[in-house]
Design a protein around this ligand. Structure first.
Ligand SMILES: Nc1ncnc2c1ncn2[C@@H]1O[C@H](COP(=O)(O)OP(=O)(O)OP(=O)(O)O)[C@@H](O)[C@H]1O
Length: 638
């Protein structure tokens, strides 16, 4: 009987043989090669490749592994029919994402229902990694001496996918101390398991839904979270409160989420709380990671300027593709504030604020379309539009101020009531701090009716009169905004005296992590949906697929879903499904990319969209080789 083949695992020492054939003899325990210590013996042009956030993380994977080890348990018992695995009895499917599917399960040790996310090690979505990405990764591993022999694309993709899971688990393990984050319980894996199993707390109401037939409809899910007197506005306030707490916690950990949207917010009826989930796009500031690198600050900065997330929720400062305003992002935390603003807007208006026929049109609207016509005198709505959906990143409210403004009443409450305010109680209360905040704001408005220009820091500098009664952006006193948003005003003590004045310090906001699971959202989702066996009724109300890609380059590589491909099935060989290649140098990579050919590329709608976006004056409907080059160059710079 031939021995069972070992499959790579989260914990490398569990399946040493599986990668041994790619490693230099006796090299498996050698320290990681840092970008700066690369030797000139690496013939590939990749040896001089600029370090990125992800390469730095990868170089320090040993440290990441040490951190996640306590959470990774070996699969010791599982049934063939997949009804049980270790102490978990699996139940119904709860939904699926781009990389795996989620099942409800019962934990006999915890005595409670949990969620189990099952991620196949070999990506089931063949488009999760582009050919380009896989080739680069193989070259990188080669240049660092981590592999010596050629590796098949499939094998590389599997290792890349496992590495992506390690990061996601690491992030989740760092974010376990907040009631507003979906908590990681543990992960299961073994050298014989085709999948990685991530166990988290169960959120019985599922992802946040927002689309409804009529604007004033209250969704059943909402009523379960906010049991009494649920209105659209009150529900949105509740989400704002919980998400502010969630983001405040992320900020305290130096973590930028980068994919805040309704489908990444899960609702828990028992705790009456909304929680943030899906940490695959998260990045930590260099200061908050347990390793250093001389290039880290720069790489973080570059990573922050990549388009990662979900197009409709991406902040305007990221949408300046291909022009001088790129590299605009220095404060990653404000990207999340914007996305929260979009989420709240969806709840309040039952529509996306910015939505185009393709991602580039969406970006254009995000940058150019004013929401001033949506200012309607509703305090919450106007606050969201003026402060969270402020296009100028310098004027947008930051998380410290948002938390200070919205949550200070809660701190006062706990101080005054002497009653310990458990997190559950906070959420069960009908009159949450946000409600009281807005009520108070309205009262204040009445009191200050005659004040010319109210410098009221309850709103972190918002001009109360204009926030409540004016209907245009022009009425905003931006200068007052800027000064009060950017510094913490002593006047705010009036309402926030019980709060710690100092937010947790994150020394600077440079840089990022290059997510290895880059994907172009539309193509990915379609393809994935075709591939997956698990079909669940995923609410259309909130499902917007993430763009886990710094650039649109995947459209070049992924021809699978292009109109041309549909007409002519002869392109299957260019599909990443069929990846089986090995590379020795960068020029060959170019060849491979070019061999896809401009003619075929001309059928990728995304290139045309990209072209129109970069140069709206040119209205031709055909791509030239130059267009493709521009596209690739842009992607390379991404
Ligand atoms: N802890 C949980 N409790 C309850 N339901 C969950 C939980 N985690 C996930 N789900 C359900 O499973 C679905 C899929 O979750 P998953 O995290 O795999 O994907 P996603 O976040 O929607 O997408 P992607 O990972 O592609 O960005 C969710 O939309 C949600 O409905």
């Amino acid at each position: 009987m031939s021995p069972r083949q070992l499959i790579p695992t989260l914990i490398p020492e569990w399946a040493p043989l599986s990668i041994q054939s790619y490693m230099r003899e006796g090299d498996s325990d050698s320290p990681p090669v840092t970008p700066t210590s690369q030797t000139s013996s690496c013939s590939s042009s990749f040896s001089s490749q600029k370090p990125t956030y992800s390469t730095i993380v990868e170089d320090n994977m040993d440290i990441i592994l040490d951190e996640i080890r306590p959470y990774v348990k070996k699969i010791t018992a599982s049934e063939q029919n997949k009804k049980t695995i270790n102490q978990y009895t699996l139940g119904a499917s709860a939904g699926s994402g781009q990389f795996g599917y989620v099942r409800k399960a019962y934990s006999s040790t915890l005595g409670e229902v949990v969620a189990v996310k099952i991620i196949p090690k070999k990506p089931w979505n063949a488009q999760q990694f582009s050919v380009n990405q896989v080739m680069r990764q193989i070259q990188l591993w080669k240049s660092k001496g981590k592999i010596t022999k050629n590796m098949s694309g499939n094998e590389a993709m599997r290792l890349m996918n496992i590495e992506k899971c390690r990061w996601e688990i690491y992030v989740a393990s760092r974010l376990r101390d907040s009631a507003h984050i979906v908590q990681l319980i543990e992960c299961l894996d073994s050298p014989f398991s085709e999948s990685i199993w991530i166990v988290t707390k169960w959120c019985n109401l599922g992802e946040l839904q927002w689309r409804r037939e009529n604007n004033e409809d209250i969704l059943p899910q909402w009523k379960k979270l906010l049991t009494s007197d649920c209105t659209v506005s009150k529900f949105a306030e509740k989400i704002m409160e919980d998400m502010t707490k969630g983001l405040q916690y992320l900020y305290s950990q130096g973590c930028v989420h980068r994919d805040i949207k309704p489908s990444n917010i899960l609702l828990d009826e028992n705790e009456k709380v909304a929680k943030l989930s899906d940490f695959g796009s998260c990045i930590f500031t260099p200061q908050s990671l347990p390793f250093t690198d001389v290039n880290f600050a720069d790489c973080f900065q570059r990573e922050l300027n990549k388009i990662v997330g979900t197009p409709a929720f991406i902040a305007p400062e990221l949408c300046h593709l291909g022009n001088s305003k790129r590299d605009f992002v220095t404060d990653g935390f404000k990207l999340d504030i914007w996305s929260l603003g979009v989420t709240l807007y969806c709840l309040l208006h039952n529509e996306l604020p910015f939505s185009g026929d393709n991602e580039f049109e969406t970006y254009h609207k995000i940058m150019e379309l004013s929401l001033s016509s949506k200012i309607n005198g509703n305090t919450l709505n106007d606050f969201v539009i003026k402060r969270l959906l402020e296009k100028d990143v310098n004027l947008r409210i930051d998380i410290q101020n948002l938390a200070k403004i919205l949550l200070c009443d809660q701190a006062e409450h706990s101080k005054n009531s002497k009653q310990p305010l458990s997190s559950n109680m906070i959420h069960i209360r009908n009159e949450g701090p946000v409600r009281r905040f807005f009520d108070r704001l309205l009262t204040k408005k009445g009191k200050k009716k005659h004040t010319e220009k109210v410098k009221d820091n309850t709103f972190g500098s918002i001009n109360i009169n204009s926030a409540v009664s004016s209907h245009t952006d022009e009425d905003l006193d931006k200068e007052a905004f800027a000064t009060t948003v950017l510094r913490s005003s002593p006047d705010s003590s009036d309402y926030c005296s019980s709060l710690e004045e100092e937010a947790v310090q994150v020394t600077d906001f440079l840089d990022t992590f290059c997510r290895s699971s880059e994907s172009l959202h539309n193509m990915n989702l379609n393809n994935y949906k075709q591939n997956t066996e698990v079909r669940t009724e995923k609410s259309d109300s909130s499902s917007h697929s993430s763009l886990k890609i710094p650039t649109p380059i995947k459209a070049v590589i992924r021809l699978k879903d292009s109109p041309k491909k549909n007409q002519n099935k002869g392109h299957t060989n260019s599909s990443p499904n069929k990846l089986s290649f090995s590379l020795t140098n960068g020029s060959k990579e170019r060849h491979t990319v070019n061999s896809v050919g401009p003619r075929k590329l001309a059928h990728s709608g995304n290139i045309l969209n990209f072209k129109a976006y970069i140069n709206p004056a040119k209205s031709d409907t055909r791509e030239t080789v130059e267009d493709v080059k521009t596209y690739l160059n842009f992607a390379e710079d991404g």
